[in-house]
Design a protein around this ligand. Structure first.
Ligand code: PMP
Length: 473
């Protein structure tokens, strides 16, 4: 179904740096890579000068575009002043200001922020914080060590975070090494989970019952937290929940005295049009993780936001969070994130996301919605996923070994189009949905946002027309 133009493909291969000569332990040891020279606004520039529209900000990381002078200056200043801060004795203005900003922009729900270097680290810290909360409660609840998360989810690659996630393909090889105190329920996934004719209310009720049953099965007083992404990113490809789902699962958590951890590493910090994706769900988490959009790719930074209940309990208890990293609260990361967040606020970039989101979503539907291999288009704000299927009627996925999502990304990257989008494929219970993610920077122009659609129109329309012609023939 995805016919890569032979010459375009060959051209792409020639541009790549061969991994055979590389000293890097790349994820794919035998793959070759395009060599990046520069970033300029919404574009990436290769060593040979070719420009690529950054339609996904990498994995939904870039949010203010590239080459930002203000961020570069803030980081340089910080590195010259204080490049490293041993957080056991010291703090920095950058860390204090960033955490204050994060707390102040949480609509009163969050009390403190904890700064780490990656989304996986943030998730590790979040689950330990949840456990420690119950140990410090008065009276303590040391029996709580269980977590419930969702199938087809991704919460990070380190052992703890991997164990929390339900990404079967990424877990498989390490299964015997993963902690056993995690069980999973179905995600809220309208396209594949909702039965024909089922109302949103009935679907939510069914999923809520499954979660409630799971609490009962593992023992409600043993559960620390239910963990979920408000809009599922890497595992499913930009899947928001149906209305009412998060309020309903919040109520189940409340009922059993468990915490709600929301992982906004990918969907947070403005990606869906509000600073936090949970704002659109009418619930607030007890603990939240943030990452990619926090520093917009300018530094390696992520964080954990802790609600009042958690912070107050620790403050009244041991007042020590038994966790820490050499590079936590890294000053350069904090300085970069602070500047990125100031730019988002001062330049009204969330308004831009909200204003242009319909152009993106309607444009994608128009460009490829009719394609016989496009099963579903879903998302929110500047976070859109397209799921590809072998058979539209039955929503049958392509075989994983066909690497359809990867091929489509390569196709978009070729000289003819020069558009970067992000591939993915959730895998559980034998179902793998190939998808691509389109997540442009928040300050993308009205013209540039059309670029992913241009790829779709050429590939998508042509295939649809061909199919129509075949039917006529
Ligand atoms: N949680 C979510 C929802 C993610 O999307 C990711 C990364 N894709 C992570 C956690 C892990 O973040 P990192 O790759 O920065 O460790």
């Amino acid at each position: 179904p995805v016919q890569l133009n032979e010459s375009a493909n060959a051209a792409l291969d020639r541009e790549k740096t061969s991994a055979a000569d590389s000293a890097v332990l790349h994820r794919h040891l035998d793959a070759s890579f395009l060599s990046l020279a520069k970033g300029e606004g919404s574009y990436l520039v290769l060593e040979d000068g070719r420009k690529i529209f950054d339609g996904s900000g990498g994995a939904a990381v870039g949010c203010i575009g590239w080459g930002n002078q203000r961020v570069a200056e803030a980081v340089t200043r910080q590195i010259l002043d204080v490049p490293y801060c041993p957080t056991i004795f010291y703090t920095t203005k950058a860390q204090e200001d960033l955490c204050r900003t994060l707390v102040e922009t949480s609509n009163g729900h969050m009390a403190r922020a904890y700064i780490v270097n990656s989304g996986s680290e943030a998730m590790e810290a979040a689950v330990k914080l949840a456990r420690q909360y119950y140990l410090e409660l008065d009276p303590p609840q040391p029996q709580r060590a269980q977590f419930i998360s969702r199938k087809q989810s991704y919460h990070g690659i380190t052992l703890g975070a991997l164990a929390i996630g339900g990404h079967a393909a990424r877990r498989a090889k390490f299964e015997p090494m993963l902690m056993k105190n995690v069980t999973q329920v179905s995600p809220c996934f309208e396209y594949r989970g909702k039965t024909p004719g089922e109302s949103d209310e009935a679907y939510v009720e069914r999923l809520t019952k499954e979660l409630d049953d799971e609490f009962q099965r593992v023992g409600p007083d043993t559960v620390c937290a239910f963990v979920a992404e408000p809009v599922v990113g890497a595992a499913l490809g930009c899947v928001p929940a149906v209305p009412g789902y998060f309020k309903a699962v919040r109520a189940v958590c409340e009922n059993y005295g468990a915490l709600l951890i929301l992982d906004e590493v990918m969907c947070g910090m403005g990606r869906t049009g509000t600073l936090h994706a949970w704002e659109q769900e009418g619930v607030a988490p007890d603990i939240q993780t943030i990452g990619k959009g926090l520093g917009g790719g300018y530094q390696s930074i992520a964080g954990v936001l802790a609600g009042h209940r958690v912070v107050d309990t620790l403050a009244k208890g041991s007042s020590v969070f038994v966790h820490g990293h050499t590079y936590q609260g890294h000053p350069a990361g904090c300085a970069a994130a602070l500047e990125v967040q100031k730019i988002i606020q001062e330049e009204g970039l969330l308004n831009n996301v909200q204003e242009l989101a319909p152009i993106l979503s309607n444009g994608l539907v128009e460009a490829v919605g009719g394609h016989p291999n496009v099963g579903n288009i879903r998302g929110r704000g500047f976070f859109w996923g397209i799921e590809f299927v072998a058979d539209k009627e039955t929503a049958t996925p392509f075989p994983p070994e066909d690497h359809v999502a990867m091929d489509i990304c390569e196709f978009a990257l070729t000289k003819d189009y020069g558009v970067g989008v992000y591939p993915g494929g959730g895998s559980v219970d034998g179902i793998r949905g190939d998808h691509i993610i389109i997540s442009p920077p928040y300050n993308v122009s009205r013209d540039d946002i059309q670029r992913p659609m241009a790829v779709g129109l050429s590939g998508g329309r042509a295939a649809a027309d061909e199919e129509a012609r075949a039917e006529v023939d």
